[in-house]
Design a protein around this ligand. Structure first.
Ligand SMILES: [Zn+2]
Length: 137
């Protein structure tokens, strides 16, 4: 299985000349996120299926959904900083028109991809530490 990273780009076109430009709009979900979320969910579930919690097997689906939600939270902060509006053409200073968004596949991860995985891992550690503190009390 080839691992691909998917990014969202927004295209803009000048309203007078034919100048075009694109802006990075954020990262998108891939199979790699599903696999990493599954690994974290399995580790989390194994702990929660043991005493003192002893949760039923079907709680795994909720735990997995929580892991995917953590990926969403990890990437959410980047969506505020990436992209941005393109107002004027760099050649003729005419207004740029938004033409739509599209996916672009990359073989290698961007720094943003690494940051999302790190934030996801940190959020998991925070949850595990809070769970351990809850069990100790
Ligand atoms: Zn122009």
């Amino acid at each position: 299985m080839k691992i691909m990273f998917r990014h969202i780009f927004a295209g803009y076109r000048c309203s007078k000349c034919s100048e075009t430009c694109e802006r990075h709009n954020g990262t998108s979900f891939t199979k790699l996120h599903l696999i990493i979320g599954l690994v974290f969910a399995l580790a989390f579930a194994i702990r929660l299926f043991c005493p003192p919690w002893e949760l039923q097997w079907y709680y795994f689906f909720g735990i997995y959904a929580g892991e995917l939600l953590l990926f969403f939270i990890s990437g959410l902060s980047f969506s505020f900083f990436s992209g941005g509006m393109v107002h004027r053409c760099k050649n003729c200073k005419a207004p740029m028109m938004f033409c739509g968004r599209y996916f672009k596949y990359e073989d290698k991860p961007w720094p943003e991809d690494h940051a999302i995985f790190i934030i996801h891992a940190v959020l998991n550690v925070v949850i595990w530490l809070n769970l351990a503190r809850l069990l100790a009390s």
